[in-house]
Write a protein that binds this ligand. Structure first.
Ligand code: ATP
Length: 310
């Protein structure tokens, strides 16, 4: 196989964001104009991105797999690429690092794209991808109810996970990021803030919400964890010490002003092994989508890092 030709699989989520098919077309044109062989595969259902990228990974058929969608699509593609690296998944060669992952931001919040400075303009993105530059990121892994999922930006339990779990894709398409605010107002009246037991690298804490961040940003380009980076192992863990709608409103204001350090009742701890339990099995979310499981859960780094084009 000719190693100089980029062979690119684009995993396109047609349900992400506001269905920006024109931007996808421009991106593919840019790649082809740059000499790449491009295959586009649209996802047919939630979780399909993981299967498409897992099956693209092991035999070297593709040099790159691009997640064309939002953060949920990115986490599914990352999940599939990492699954293909598992020794138990045939016919992966352990010496092969797998395809480089690309990101074409077509989603609602696109937090990882902001975090890594990925180009939003399709032509610029295609040129950057073909330039061959990449960085190594360490995704997170969340294990709940016997199922493990990969995330790239953050995972959480508490009020925000409840909002994400009750938010419809349709609302996100119609209202964009405003859909999160509308849903948060709805949940504020009915969420009862049960306490979470959190064990961070063996140290026990109690909290009323927890966000395990790989990157600085949360909900778009709002800084929650200034020191977090997806380029390193471990997490910046934000704990909410007080229950209720008042503290949540303070956090929202702190995020809008990018001043999480000024918010009373929020604290951050570095940790690499996070165990959560709660009395009544709270919902979880990762990268802005429901995790499909509930607390109790364990959060750690993924077994392998991923190469990501920037
Ligand atoms: N064909 C499909 N039909 C329904 N859901 C799908 C389909 N393909 C993917 N999905 C799901 O769509 C969800 C949302 O996708 P994604 O997160 O990429 O977009 P977004 O929510 O608009 O963006 P962001 O997460 O950046 O706010 C994901 O959970 C994914 O599993």
């Amino acid at each position: 196989m000719n190693e100089r030709i980029a062979r690119i699989l684009v995993v396109y989520n047609p349900m992400a964001g506001r269905r920006r098919i024109t931007r996808l077309r421009r991106f593919v044109q840019g790649l082809r104009a740059g000499g790449a062989e491009v295959t586009v595969a649209a996802t047919g259902h939630a979780g399909h991105g993981r299967i498409l990228s897992r099956d693209a990974g092991p035999d070297g058929a593709f040099t790159h797999v691009v997640a064309a969608g939002g953060d949920g699509t990115i986490s599914e593609v990352a999940d599939g690429l990492l699954e293909a690296m598992r020794p138990s998944f045939p016919p992966a060669s352990l010496s092969m690092p797998g395809p480089v992952m690309g990101v074409l931001p077509l989603g609602t919040a696109n937090v990882l794209a902001h975090e890594l400075g990925v180009a939003f303009a399709p032509g610029d993105n295609a040129r950057a991808l073909l330039s061959g530059r990449w960085r190594t990121i360490w995704p997170g892994r969340i294990e709940a109810g016997g199922q493990a999922r990969i995330f790239v930006q953050m995972a959480s339990a508490g009020f925000d996970a409840q909002v994400v779990n009750h938010l419809s894709l349709r609302a996100k398409r119609v209202l964009g990021r405003g859909a999160y605010a509308v849903q948060a107002i709805r949940e504020a009246g009915r969420y009862d803030f049960p306490p979470l037991q959190v064990v961070l690298d063996g140290q026990a804490h109690t909290a009323f919400g927890i966000v395990c961040s790989k990157g600085r940003f949360y909900g778009g380009r709002h800084v929650l964890a200034p020191e977090a980076t997806p380029l390193a192992r471990g997490f910046s863990v934000t704990l909410l010490d007080e229950p209720g709608a008042g503290p949540i409103a303070r956090v929202a204001l702190g995020l809008l002003c990018d001043r999480p350090d000024r918010v009373r009742g929020l604290r951050r701890v570095r940790a690499s092994h996070i165990a959560l339990t709660a009395p009544d099995g709270l919902a979880l979310q990762h990268d802005g989508d429901p995790s499909g499981g509930s607390v109790p859960c364990i959060i750690t780094d993924a077994a392998h890092p991923l190469r990501i084009a920037v």
